[in-house]
Design a protein around this ligand. Sequence first.
Ligand code: IPD
Ligand code: CA
Ligand code: CA
Length: 271
Amino acid sequence: MTDALHRDLLELAQEAARRAGELLRDGRPADLAVARTKSSPIDVVTEMDIAAEKLITDLISGRRPDDGFLGEEGAAAPGTSGVRWVIDPLDGTVNYLYGLPTWAVSIAAQQDGETVAGVVAAPMRGETYHAVLGGGAWATGAWEGERALACRPAPPLEQALVSTGFNYVTEVRAHQAEVAARLIPLLRDIRRGGSAAIDLCDVACGRLDGYYERGLNAWDFAAGDLIAREAGALVGGRAGERPSRELTVAGSPGVFEPLQGLLEDFGAWHD
Ligand code: IPD
Ligand code: CA
Ligand code: CA
């Protein structure tokens, strides 16, 4: 029976996400600058992304030295325990750089490749979302205790509010813009929040009917995927597949399916 382990992993993820969130919120330098770039000149990393990942991996490896890591800013270790931590220390870096509030710390714990606990902390919202496999999805905030999360009852697709994101690579984002242009007339509207982890949690909270994006990495969606599914949403990639770099789609049952179908028709997963 692994439920006790899953709870332990959740508690450690919550502590790490809370401490990294405090570091990012309280330690953001007024003159925050770009430390380096990655896939393109607009794919930026700040000193705070790096500091937050170090805080998280130091904390977790101090408690669980045999676990593996996959972190956006370079944490990579296979581990020997069967548990691997998938970490985006700062999801929404461009928002953070500009002082916009939509950014999060995303931490997932996987056991033998399956996400069993996930935490997304959004400090500027004063909210943290979490889930354990089979245990529902929950939020904590400026209220007493935990609130259960449930995705929104599905409207007809033409009344669905759907979020998306754009990749840092020019050719990919140009194609994504073409797909979005074809979708807009078929939906209530489109949002671009700037944090994939928060988008997935907003589906879980019933603040969005759906979300999709091409080009995500595991650290962007691992925690939010579990939180959205535990809130009753459907999350996948192309038909019958799990979310991947190719495509991530999430939505209330009734929104997810037609949205996934349109994305297939529009070739949203490739140029
Ligand atoms: C990005 C955000 C953004 C999404 C990008 C991601 P980062 O993560 O989640 O919303 O559109 O695809 O790369 O770079 O801020 O960690
Ligand atoms: Ca990210
Ligand atoms: Ca990041």
